[in-house]
Design a protein around this ligand. Structure first.
Ligand code: GLC
Length: 733
């Protein structure tokens, strides 16, 4: 039986109204069906390779049956545009023809489910650009490629604040600083969703609420033992900012926080998220995390009780499959869950589908996927993002940019590998990716000879490979070694990424041995670090002549790196996360308390990090002068500050101006420094500019001992240029 299109099919009506009309027509089973997400990889494709849930991979016939019966609201892991359209077609055979949401983890491009897309630098690399506008454009581009292939929802941005880089997922975060993470998280939400949801936008998903970035021992999903203060000062603010920016969906964290699993925390998912912050979207569980309330956290004696705890806490959609539908249906029949709660869950799901235009005549999805993916414009954006993400950590004797070199050795496991793409990206067609070797070959001047000595794998470097590289080094002027990590999802040997955490921040495998052997050749050594997280080696800092943190720079990473090495581009990135000197130095991050290092000293080391948050060199020099502002300020008043910035070098460059605030004295301890503003400034050689920044009054506020947000009169210190300039300001009552 088809539905009368007038009831909810009228696109002239507001989404809210259409939602109510539709909701009123739905049976309880159809409502609960909207709360169910399934995996789209059909069993025929994956054989009996089932995950921990028997219904992980349904056959195509089973999927069709579910959709026709109105038992599915969304799918993830759908292997392409054709499969997405095929699943969607079954909805037209259902009673109410409610479209499916097709979701994926497009966290730095549409990299997981389609053959060929634009893969940008991993989020940690985007963070190193300190460029919110760039991040918004990257997300908007990704949204276009998603909608062009019939996808509507990305589980991004990850707004976890990361304070333990042993966590294998550090690369998918925006780093350690709550302000930077929040700014870029909001930018990404805006890019994905647009100013209002429509045919060219996708639903964003702020994840993982909360404190997944500081799991015990850095192990993904491990408990987060976090003080109330750290939760409120560091880990929660980026989520609140994303909610207030209108993020459509939210995903709880795998982990427990102080004994309560996030997936069962009504305090988190209802009281804080909805009642305090005013969230009006919907909450989707993380992968299998509802049954894990029973099987892992053991706060539910069975999966039915787990479903009850999760829905009661505030989870509106389950990822994925299993018996969730049956459990919730029984719980409602027994009165343990009310139909009102079901309506609360289903309403935002339907509203999102209306707002995305999914009920209305063919829209962006009719575009041929090939016409919208990896266009020249998208590739140029990927190149821009890669360029801005690169961080020049060290450049002894201004070795870079490479000038007179006539022959370059290029070696290392990441020299000619798609490890550039990072996690949450499938391998891309070779023709789409510019590896480091290819980038160097493409841009090297005719007289420069590029010698490649292959190294096969991050974790299995052989004696022969090292010997061959050392031999090749003898005839080269400069040695370039691309080392680090490999988090490519389909690489069984991957050394980091989701559920691949690190017990050590050192270079994995025999990479250091390779570098030490190369250093013996007595030639200048340029080390390129391809990694989603800090690699910490004091040897590297001492012996490499030049060191570039490339992160996971995406499909144009080879081009961007070659441009920097040959001087066609001036590096501008800065570290969004502290590089500890060693694993033993953890935790170390910029916003620690003054007492963190006032007394204790490591017996055989120093407490100073290898490279601090905000570090990044340029091929030019910048001078900061005359930080100016009012000397005193009334509580509630914004602060205007100015400073002079001059490019005192011989070539153009972009400087990221970071403004920190220090609260000199307060009723509770305060971070030694807090980032409160950042701005990229492009200056020609010799150019001088006045930089103006306005700080909102709330930057001077704090959470007092009772967690009340207050402004305390007293002295504050503004710091710019990583300490080069400072200025005191007194806040008066
Ligand atoms: C994983 C991740 C989450 C991701 C989801 C779907 O468990 O924790 O970030 O979005 O599964 O792939």
């Amino acid at each position: 039986m088809t539905v009368d299109p007038l009831d909810h099919g009228n696109p002239e009506l507001p989404a809210d109204e259409r939602t109510e009309l539709l909701l009123a027509r739905m049976t309880l089973a159809e409502k609960i069906g909207q709360m169910c997400m399934f995996v789209g990889e059909p069993a025929e494709v994956n054989g009996d390779n089932v995950d921990e849930m028997t219904s992980y991979r349904l056959g195509v016939a089973d999927q069709a049956e579910l959709v026709r019966a109105g038992r599915a609201g969304a799918f993830l892991k759908v292997p392409g545009a054709k499969e997405a359209a095929h699943l969607q077609s079954f909805t037209r055979e259902s009673r109410l023809r409610i479209p499916l949401l097709i979701a994926t983890d497009a966290i730095h491009g549409h990299g997981m489910d389609v053959e060929a897309a634009t893969i940008f630098p991993s989020p940690i690399g985007l963070a190193a650009s300190f460029d919110s506008e760039l991040v918004e454009r990257v997300a908007a581009c990704t949204a276009r490629e998603l909608r062009a292939t019939g996808f509507h929802w990305t589980f991004s941005p990850n707004v976890d604040v990361v304070r333990d880089p042993r966590w294998g997922r550090t690369g998918e975060s925006f780093g350690e600083d709550p302000f930077l993470v929040a700014e870029l998280g909001v930018a990404m939400v805006r890019g994905y969703q647009g100013r209002t949801l429509g045919n060219a936008s996708v639903l964003a998903c702020a994840k993982h609420l909360v404190a997944g970035g500081c799991p015990e021992n850095g192990l993904n999903g491990a408990p987060a033992e976090v003080s109330e203060r750290t939760l409120r000062e560091a880990y929660l603010p980026p989520f609140e900012r994303a909610v207030r920016a209108g993020v459509s969906t939210l995903m709880p964290a795998h982990n427990e926080v102080n004994g309560v699993p996030c997936h069962a925390s009504r305090e988190l998912l209802n009281d804080l998220l909805r009642e305090s912050w005013g969230f009006t979207g919907f909450v989707v569980s993380d992968w299998n995390d509802i049954p894990r309330l029973h099987s892992v956290h053991r706060v539910a004696e069975n999966e039915r009780e787990a479903s009850y705890l999760a829905v009661r806490a505030g989870i509106d959609m389950q990822m994925h499959g299993g018996d969730f539908f049956e459990h919730v249906s029984e719980l409602v029949r027994e009165g343990k869950l009310s139909e009102t709660r079901i309506d609360e869950a289903v309403r935002p799901i339907l509203r999102a589908k209306f707002a995305l235009g999914l009920f209305d005549p063919a829209d962006a999805e009719t575009k041929l996927p090939e016409a919208s993916l990896l266009t020249a414009e998208h590739r140029e954006l990927a190149r821009e993002a890669s360029r801005k993400s690169l961080v020049l950590l060290k450049n002894r004797d201004n070795l870079l940019p490479l000038g007179a070199a006539r022959s370059l050795l290029v070696t290392g496991p990441n020299a000619h590998d798609q490890s550039l793409l990072g996690d949450w990206s499938r391998r891309q067609p070779e023709a789409n990716v510019v590896t480091i070797l290819q980038g160097l070959r493409a841009l090297a001047a005719p007289h420069v000879n590029i010698v490649h000595s292959p190294i096969g794998s991050i974790t299995a470097i052989t004696d022969e490979e090292i010997a061959a590289a050392v031999r090749a080094a003898e005839d080269c002027d400069v040695l370039i070694a691309a080392v680090g990590e490999n988090s490519l999802r389909d690489n069984p040997e991957r050394s980091s990424g989701e559920n691949v955490d690190r017990a050590s921040l050192d270079l994995p495998g025999r990479q250091l041995e390779l570098l030490q052997a190369l250093a013996e050749a007595g030639k200048p050594l340029v080390v390129l670090l391809v990694s989603g997280a800090p690699i910490c080696s004091e040897w590297l800092v001492e012996h490499a002549n030049a060191l570039v943190q490339a992160w996971e720079p995406g499909i144009e990473g080879g081009t961007a790196l070659a441009e920097v090495l040959f001087g066609l581009q001036n590096p501008s990135g800065k570290l969004p996360i502290t590089f500890p000197r060693s694993t033993g130095q953890l935790k170390t991050y910029a916003a620690q308390r003054p007492s963190s290092f006032h007394r204790g000293r490591f017996r055989f080391s120093t407490h100073e990090p290898l490279f601090p948050f905000g570090h990044g060199l340029s091929y030019t020099t910048f001078e900061y002068r005359s930080l100016r502002s009012k000397d005193s300020l009334a509580i509630g008043e914004p602060l205007q500050l100015e400073l002079e910035l001059e490019n005192t070098g011989v070539r153009a460059g972009e400087e990221i101006v970071l403004i920190f605030l220090l609260d000199s004295y307060a009723s509770v301890t305060r971070p030694a420094q807090e980032l409160v503003a950042f701005e990229r400034v492009q200056l020609a050689a010799g150019e001088r500019r006045t930089i103006r920044v306005e700080l909102a009054s709330n930057v001077f506020s704090l959470l007092d001992a009772k967690f009340e947000r207050v402004c305390e009169p007293g002295e504050f210190k503004l710091v710019a240029g990583l300490g080069k300039l400072s200025k005191n300001v007194v806040l008066v009552a």
